[in-house]
Ligand binder design. Structure first.
Ligand SMILES: [Zn+2]
Ligand SMILES: [Zn+2]
Length: 64
């Protein structure tokens, strides 16, 4: 998160999902890869959100 961030900050939410077929970065709201037209399922998007969250919570999760 940026300093003084708010929930609608564009920097602090996941924006991209990798195409499961070709690996191209697509926007999270895309339903199909712009390159190979593979379907980007909700599962894949969820995984991308999880991954994004993991990579952005390194500083705040020092409990263990
Ligand atoms: Zn931010
Ligand atoms: Zn693709």
């Amino acid at each position: 998160m940026c300093y003084g961030c708010n929930p609608s900050c564009e920097n602090c939410k996941p924006k991209f999902v990798k195409c499961p077929a070709c690996g191209l970065k697509n926007y999270l709201f895309s339903d199909r890869c712009v390159k190979c037209s593979a379907e980007i399922s909700e599962e894949v998007k969820d995984a991308a959100r999880d991954e994004w969250q993991n990579s952005h919570e390194k500083t705040s999760s020092k409990a263990e």
